[in-house]
Design a protein around this ligand. Sequence first.
Ligand code: NAD
Length: 260
Amino acid sequence: MLKGKTAIITGSTSGIGAGIAKSLAEAGCHVVLNGFGNTEEIQALRSSLEKEFGVTVLYNGADMTKPDEIEAMLLDAEKTLGSIDIIVNNAGIQFVAPVDNFPVEKWDAILSINLTSAFHMIRVATPVMKRQKWGRIINIASAHALVASPFKSAYVAAKHGVAGLTKTVALELAEQGITCNAVCPGYVKTPLVEGQIASQAKERGITMEEVVRDVLLGAQPTKKFTTVEDLGALVAFLSSDAAQNITGAIIPADGGWTAH
Ligand code: NAD
């Protein structure tokens, strides 16, 4: 479906990003993995995708808080793989605390990784996509791009910002063969969510089981987690020619959460 295209997925050493990398590799894309983690595990992921799908898989450890590293990663990908066809802005972190007690450095880090890095990725990739007259920009936002939850001021602000960025970029690039869309997952069982179960329990004064049942799945009418495979398939579809006229869309994958 996407044979020979190149895809750069930020934050793809774990969770949703790794699922998207697998799905795009399966569809025939050469892939650049990005994110932090254990070197051996990253190399194992890289070579397993290459072996399974017969595509080239590179790794670049660019820190999404550093614009010069983001730029170097994209330019290196273009030089090595010959194009920049698909960018998936997925890297993200979370921190949960009341707004009047929210650590300033956590606010800055969340805005930088979850929102500003997408701007830099788009800023640098867009001239290449314009020359190619083809491109796909897919921003992994969140149900929190559409609705809020208490104690997540930075995350909700950043994700609402991603929705605004998505719509603006879609309009600017509408006639150039480049689409820009946001995918808005509900809760997905990844390290990012596992890590907040304990802190939510503390902030709300309830048990961890109650957080999963009443807070996480309580938000989702289907009472099911969204999976990384669901999101990988959606990103592959948005990257395909069948999605050529879908742009500026903010697409929930949240078990009905934001239908409330
Ligand atoms: P995760 O913690 O499993 O993965 C996050 C990835 O981002 C990792 O690869 C990590 O190394 C990378 N990363 C973090 N800081 C980075 C930095 N400074 N530079 C480069 N990479 C960095 O999380 P996940 O659940 O897979 O989340 C992925 C995206 O999906 C995030 O944007 C998150 O907000 C969004 N999301 C997640 C859920 C969920 O329920 N898990 C729901 C909605 C949206």
